[in-house]
Design a protein around this ligand. Sequence first.
Ligand SMILES: Cc1cc2nc3c(=O)[nH]c(=O)nc-3n(C[C@H](O)[C@H](O)[C@H](O)COP(=O)(O)OP(=O)(O)OC[C@H]3O[C@@H](n4cnc5c(N)ncnc54)[C@H](O)[C@@H]3O)c2cc1C
Length: 261
Amino acid sequence: MHQVEPKVFLVGETRIIKQGLTDYLEHIGVPEWRSDASTDAERLIEVMGRLCYRSFKPGLNPNVKKIREHNKDYLANILKVKHGSVIEHPVINFIFADVSRVFTHELVRHRPGVAISQESLRFVRLDDLGQWLPLAIREDTHAVEIFVKTFEKLERLQLELAEHFQLDRPGVPFHKKKTITSAMRRIAPIGLATTIGWSANIRTIRWILEMRTHPSAEEEIRFVFGKVGEIVLERYSHLFGDFTVEIADGLPHYKPAHRKV
Ligand SMILES: Cc1cc2nc3c(=O)[nH]c(=O)nc-3n(C[C@H](O)[C@H](O)[C@H](O)COP(=O)(O)OP(=O)(O)OC[C@H]3O[C@@H](n4cnc5c(N)ncnc54)[C@H](O)[C@@H]3O)c2cc1C
């Protein structure tokens, strides 16, 4: 058994194919158009938004005489008028490691705009349980003892069952290992540390960031999305620039000016 702290890794993001975009801009007659966005996610949203009205330059659509020049202003307006479908285009990819099944079960309640790959406890043997202690437990010596003792006991039972079924004996078929490992997880604690890959579009991230850093949300998901917030506010500042951060119970609470875009 070992102690852990939930971790957030930003592992991917949508990228623009330069040649494709150049070809498209030539096709509509604005080969000179450039965006001053600092990320492809922000640039892509600008392109998808501008194509709706052909607002790449004044007069390209005779109805459009004036345009917002800068990516920052353009995206701020998209958020203000809640043109939310446009911000669904880019997807950001995260890995959340050393998170509990308490956390993952809450995370997967958010459905649209996400992709999920979760560590399989049918396949992965629980021979060394990771444990993260919420503050209420951390602050109480007796509660810590109970948590540690319980995890140690449940880990021992996993090892005992693996021994009982002789899972490590040479020649045990993989199918049998899988069946037994899957059965054994039923007596593992819901607080055990695991890993989940999570990808989501910007619209979804904005919503979950607001909901899951709210002081009424659970501590671990607040902790994890506090870290997500730190990353996305810094990296995609034009898409999250309307968020303000307040600290509540030692954790950040991210509040958007434009709710549910
Ligand atoms: C503090 C807190 C306490 C909670 N307690 C509980 C609890 O006790 N028990 C429990 O079961 N859950 C609980 N939840 C989970 C909650 O009920 C939602 O299931 C979860 O937060 C997903 O959010 P969402 O409903 O906004 O859906 P998401 O899947 O995040 O969807 C985003 C938005 O898309 C739209 N949308 C999605 N699906 C549909 C649809 N089928 N039809 C129409 N519009 C749709 C909605 O506008 C929705 O808000 C809790 C959540 C929080 C934050």
